[in-house]
Ligand binder design. Structure first.
Ligand code: NAD
Ligand code: GDD
Length: 321
């Protein structure tokens, strides 16, 4: 039986990945600071532990796992990464986890490891025009991410690639672009725009006004979690050694995102644009490389994913009322 380790299994993408690996017949160990809030544990073994602790990390990597997925990080949406208040935690915690996990995997002779980088590592100067952001993989340098979160991701993706070159471990690096879906963070300050907007609209009555950070003209693309997991497995198992975008090319403004969710909810919603952490002006995945490297790229519409996400978040809101 093949074995997999999912670091960050108590998180949003990690939870979905554990489910998928189990459906493929893997023996799976998960590790996280916490159990998953919204999934019953499906891993064969789940270790509640801190991957900043080198001993703990070595003890969970106690065998040459066939596949390791390194998703554990101190992360969140704009309200967490762009305020500046969490920068030291983000840099220290995520870098320490990456240093520990990668080295333990190498020393235990694990053949293959996947790392989840982010589109936040792309230079801010290519994301100033909301209609024409450039996030092609080869646009990464000269480096100028707009957040410490992006700088840490850039450092760590380089770290993984050094082990690819200098040690006998196959490292694969994805640059995720804003992943959303059910069983994700939807409240508490770390939620991203799709979940935050679904929550605000689920809590509103038709005719109500909701707050939106910024002028609403900033652009993003959002990828549904099932396609993120599919792309992750395809990349992890491929021979492609450079960082690759895993994201959607369906770019929308934040106002359009609000209109889409209002329509799904069947509510008339007025937008109140307020100052807030906004990040880059525009961002969109560029899928030319993933298409040529893997012969696959995400294809589902934003609306399909939002319908499933809204339904789940609406149920969470009702449960918490
Ligand atoms: P998430 O916050 O839901 O999951 C990350 C998990 O890591 C959490 O459950 C957290 O408890 C765990 N963790 C944090 N510190 C830990 C520690 N010291 N020891 C053990 N576990 C620890 O985030 P996610 O959305 O599932 O993202 C997974 C990965 O993908 C992260 O590395 C993130 O930076 C990256 N990423 C995500 C997105 C996105 O839109 N979701 C975009 C770009 C990159
Ligand atoms: N979170 C949130 N909540 N964002 C809002 C809100 C709100 O209520 N209202 C408007 N926005 C705007 C933000 O100001 C930002 O301009 C845009 O929606 C997108 O915000 P997020 O989804 O929170 O984050 P992001 O796209 O800037 O960055 C995310 O994606 C990266 C990968 O593409 C983050 O999740 C990063 O951690 C991730 O790496």
């Amino acid at each position: 039986m093949k074995t997999a380790l999912v670091c960050g299994a108590g998180g949003f993408i990690g939870g979905h990945l554990v489910r998928r690996l189990k459906s493929e017949g893997f023996w799976v160990r998960g590790v996280d600071l916490k159990f998953h809030e919204y999934f019953d544990n499906e891993a064969d073994d789940f270790v509640v532990g801190d991957l900043r602790d080198q001993q703990l990390t070595r003890s969970v990597i106690d065998r040459p796992f066939d596949e390791i997925y390194q998703l554990a990080a101190d992360m969140g949406g704009a309200g967490f990464i762009f305020t500046g208040e969490n920068d030291a935690d983000i840099m220290h915690n995520s870098a320490t986890i990456n240093l520990n996990v990668l080295d333990a995997a190498y020393k235990r002779a694990c053949p293959r490891i996947f790392y989840s980088s982010s589109a936040c590592m792309y230079p801010a100067y290519n994301q100033e025009d909301p209609d024409n952001p450039n996030c092609a993989e080869d646009s990464a340098y000269p480096a100028a991410p707009d957040s410490e979160y992006g700088w840490e991701k850039l450092f760590s993706e380089r770290l993984f690639l050094t082990y690819n070159r200098n040690r006998r471990i196959q490292a694969r690096v994805a640059r995720y672009h804003n992943i959303f879906g059910p069983q994700g963070t939807w409240t508490g300050g770390r939620e991203k725009a799709p979940a935050a907007i679904c929550r605000k609209i689920a809590m509103a009555k038709s005719g109500d006004t909701i707050d939106i950070w910024g002028d609403g003209k900033q652009t993003r693309s959002f990828l549904f979690v099932d396609e993120c997991v599919e792309g992750t497995l395809r990349l992890a198992r491929s021979d492609f050694t450079s960082p690759v975008n895993i994201g959607s090319e369906e770019m929308v403004t934040i106002d359009q995102l609000v209109d889409l969710v209002s329509d799904i909810a069947g509510k008339s919603i007025t937008k109140n644009h307020i100052p807030g952490p906004v990040g880059v002006r525009g961002r969109n995945s560029d899928n030319r490389l993933i298409q040529s490297a893997l012969g696959w790229a995400p294809s589902h519409s934003l609306r399909e994913g939002l319908e499933k996400t809204y339904e789940w978040i609406e149920a969470q809101v009702k449960r918490n009322q």
